[in-house]
Write a protein that binds this ligand. Sequence first.
Ligand code: HEM
Length: 402
Amino acid sequence: MAAINPTLPRYPFSTRGDRLAEELRSACPMLRVVTNAGDEAWLVTGHAEVRQVLSGTRFARAQVADEGSPVQDVALLAPELLDAMPYLRKAGMYDEIQRSLHDLADLPDSWLRAVIRQAVEETVAQGMPCDLQRHFCDRVAGRTMCRLMGLPESDLPRLKAWADTDLTMRLPQETVHRNWERLRDYIREQFSRDGLAEAPGLLPRLATRNREERALTPEQLANILGVVFVAGYEDLASFLGVASFHLVQMPQVLERLRGEPETVDGDVEELLRYSVVLGNALARIATEDTDLAGHKVRTGEMILVSTDAANFDAARFPEPHTYDPGRRPNPHVRFGHGPNYCPGARLTRRVSALAFVALAGLGELRLAVPPREVEWIPDRMAITPVAVPVLWADPSATVRPS
Ligand code: HEM
């Protein structure tokens, strides 16, 4: 293997979600970097190039798990942890995920509204200043994912601890693997819980089908369900946190949302574009020699895709650093692109719209500290504020029905 060039920049460049790292701003559309694991890779930052990599068959995700491929963070415990959906597809059970995340039948609107209202009430009950990340965003994301999956809400504290550790970069491989085994064993135990066949949620439905069809081993299915829980919980909690951090600094947006809640969809799309939330990158391996943005990419090389940088590409988004909920179209790549496009996009949009309108209903929300004093969790794959401390105008604020 070729020696690593010690002068290359180490990616990721920043853990902050309030602005794009300088290196990502200036590096358009592609540069050579060193990963967390110390291997060389291409970092792709241009919008057109990002879509080209994510849509093409010349750049594959499954090969990231191959022995001998460059490593992004730590070597994987099982291939289905990286490329979970093809396993469900082969097992004939992918339709269950699609249906569940498209119809959202496990998450009726009335239930989502009640969860969000309760989270606002609990936030208000904390008194000022209150941390929106912990009391609002984590709670909404956690309860939503437990209900979607069919997991007991009482297990949320340990599920959150496992998910948080899994999302931490630069941990020793043994720590990452041991942590995942605990989550996987917990999910496996759920397969034999009483009354599973009649219970609602994705886990009971997939486990019951798999018991009859035996298409996947229990371990594989537990891995896949673990991936769905961690992806959904962490990405949703992180996005709600970074987006809330932005929203509470935009009083005119909050005021508009109070008066015209039906305009929220433009804010959801622009917050998806404008929030920097991807702590590392989407990894692919080149399956053939290819030209990309004027560079020769060789078979077996790793490509790291920064959807954050692509969402700020001035060639695609005029004045990318301006918050503009009126952008039409707004072709951000927050949910990826192509065959692996995020199946949780609809759910995220629904929950976010309700959550942002509910937050606006709290009145004149504002950050309790200057923005630069907000801390960000270090080494986190989904960039997340440590806390979003807020104040609101009326200390006796009551929650409006949403
Ligand atoms: C703001 C919230 C979210 C963001 C930013 C996000 C982002 C993404 C992205 C970029 C991908 C593509 C990964 C790749 O191409 O390698 C992806 C895939 C995925 N997401 Fe999301 N996601 C979010 C919410 C959710 C939710 C709520 C769920 C589940 C309920 C979910 C489940 C998944 C799954 C299972 C995949 C893998 C799809 C596949 O391999 O075909 N995501 N997500």
